[in-house]
Design a protein around this ligand. Structure first.
Ligand SMILES: [Zn+2]
Ligand SMILES: [Zn+2]
Length: 276
């Protein structure tokens, strides 16, 4: 267990006779996987995560695991919304044929970019103890619990912001976002660890009762007395409500699968990548 595992990433891909990875830099493993994985799967208390189906992260402490996961969801949503607005803005500019050079207000202002960068930096430097390893082929094959017949939704409102999880059709567990599936990993840990409650006092409203770590965080996120706007700096950083994304959705016809969609710019890119 350590908080200093690193991955190597590359800034560009140089292709000559062979592909070369250029400008390799070391980055903190856990945080980068949380931000950039195309798929993230968790167990019931989020202490075990599998990124992209082959890298396993085991976190020492459930509470910081859930907090970090929630922070990464917030950052990814915010980042994507900023990117969407920027792309939509540029597409509009191209349509307007640049004949009027009047500078309309940038869709993502400097203050927002600065706040997002600050939050990302804070996230990248957060210290959480964990272990990292590559799953064996056999483990990778038996990763998921599979679709469940009893699909009682997890009664943890606010655990992952305001998204409504739906049962995942193949992995089991619950799809929270397009990349995160909660509680779909098989485990040989005992079934009761999720239910272990200890007494806890809410720092905001003074509520005192036995709760699991997940219930604690769910309460904190929905506590009526909690300071609004989530973590410090979030309120100034996120003036755009997330529903704004729907305004950026445009009809999109895919030539490859001959289907019509309503997509934001980043969703179009993501969809196209499936056909590559
Ligand atoms: Zn409270
Ligand atoms: Zn398609």
């Amino acid at each position: 267990m350590s908080s200093k595992h690193q991955l190597v990433t590359f800034v560009s891909l140089l292709e000559t006779n062979k592909p070369y990875l250029v400008n390799c830099v070391r980055i903190p493993a856990l945080q980068s996987l949380l931000l950039f994985s195309r798929s993230l799967d968790t167990n019931g208390d989020c202490s075990r995560l599998v990124a992209d189906g082959w890298l396993e992260l085991q976190l020492a402490d459930t509470e910081s695991a859930v907090r970090l996961l929630a922070a990464s969801l917030r950052l990814r949503a915010h980042w994507e919304s900023a990117l969407d607005r920027q792309l939509a803005h540029q597409a509009r500019r191209r349509l307007e044929d640049e004949e009027e050079e009047e500078e309309e207000e940038a869709p993502v202002n400097h203050k927002e970019v600065a706040a997002l960068s600050r939050e990302l930096l804070q996230f990248m430097t957060s210290k959480v103890s964990y272990s990292l390893r590559r799953l064996t082929g056999l483990e990778a094959q038996n990763l998921y619990v599979g679709p469940q017949t009893i699909t009682a939704a997890p009664s943890l409102p606010g655990l992952f912001g305001n998204s409504t999880p739906s049962p995942h059709p193949t992995k089991g567990g619950y799809a929270v976002t397009d990349f995160l599936t909660y509680n779909c990993l098989t485990s040989d840990a005992d079934l009761y660890s999720d239910c272990l409650r200890t007494f806890w006092t809410c720092p905001h409203c003074g509520l005192h009762m036995p709760l699991t770590p997940l219930e604690r965080i769910a309460h904190e996120n929905t506590c009526p007395e909690a300071p609004q706007g989530g973590p410090p700096g979030a309120e100034e950083a996120a003036p755009e409500p997330p529903q704004k994304a729907s305004a950026l959705q445009k009809p999109y016809h895919c030539e490859a699968c001959q289907k019509d969609f309503l997509f934001t710019p980043t969703e179009i890119l993501r969809h196209r990548r499936q056909h590559v």
